[in-house]
Design a protein around this ligand. Structure first.
Ligand SMILES: *Cc1c(COP(=O)(O)O)cnc(C)c1O
Length: 265
């Protein structure tokens, strides 16, 4: 496919998206420097669910490589139309029967919502041999314990046998096609709009520290890369700045870049 075959929006829309993207990048830079994070700049995942392939292309041409999607069919269709260099993150509710079609997307970069050994096994079985890099996975943690949210319970300092730790061990020991990248949470939006600090983000960080300690003691993080650190995916349009202050390595920003979304039925 030549570059002229890719879908593109109107020049007005291109200008609007670039402006929004620049504004988010600038805000990230401000937080990074005011928090003294130095070169530890978090990754920006642009969440393009329900938005067009044209919109994604405009951001890609402004240097954005990481995109997040919530719906498997929509992701498959966009991935077919858009450049292979795009790094897709699946961030939606994950069903076992959708792991196989997801695994077939050649440039699927990460699945951020893994929550069971069963689903890890489906990915391990169905990822094509031709993939040159392992699929990065984040284990989703339900830090706000809201029934409406998916994810496993947080990892306490004593819960070495917690579900999330068991899943992490399984990934590291039994799933060579996967790479345990870290933990992901959505957290309480309520807390983020009413308080400066969201304790759910602290909960995710504590879960990560506790999990790392258990895995390290079991000798499972040697040669892990990233200095043996597990990453934190947390922070969305409403709270990404606080999330960065609280240690986020990867923020998922949608509506502030692409505009409000219509309700999906
Ligand atoms: C939709 C979504 C986002 C982006 O939310 P915005 O508020 O639009 O930035 C981030 N993470 C997850 C898991 C989502 O479903």
């Amino acid at each position: 496919m030549s570059t002229s075959d890719y879908p593109r929006p109107s020049s007005e829309r291109i200008a609007e998206l670039r402006e929004n993207l620049e504004a988010i990048r600038a805000k990230i830079n401000v937080v990074v420097s005011s928090a003294g994070l130095g070169d530890k700049k978090p990754n920006l995942v642009a969440v393009s669910k329900i938005k067009s392939a044209e919109d994604v292309m405009a951001c890609y041409e402004d240097g954005q490589l990481h995109f997040g999607e919530n719906y498997v069919q929509e992701l498959i269709e966009k991935a077919e139309k858009l450049p292979q260099e795009i790094k897709w993150h699946f961030i939606g509710a994950l069903q076992s029967n959708k792991c196989k079609p997801l695994a077939s997307i050649p440039n699927l970069y990460a699945v951020e919502t893994l929550d069971s050994i069963k689903k890890a096994d489906v990915f391990q079985k169905s990822l094509p041999d031709a993939r040159s890099i392992p699929l990065r996975v984040f284990i989703q943690i339900n830090t706000s314990s809201e029934e409406s949210k998916s994810g496993l319970p947080p990892v306490s300092s004593t819960s070495s046998g917690s579900e999330a730790v068991e899943l992490a061990k399984h990934i590291v020991q039994k799933c060579p096609a996967l790479h345990l990248e870290g933990l992901m949470t959505i957290g309480s939006i309520e807390a983020s709009t009413t308080q400066d600090e969201n304790e759910d983000f602290d909960r995710l960080r504590d879960s990560r520290d506790n999990m790392e300690k258990t895995l390290r003691e079991a000798g499972l993080l040697e040669g892990w890369g990233q200095d043996g650190k597990l990453q934190l995916s947390m922070g969305m349009s409403a709270d990404f700045e606080n999330a960065i202050m609280q240690g986020s390595d990867s923020v998922r920003v949608g509506s502030s870049i692409f505009g409000a979304r219509p309700k999906k039925q």
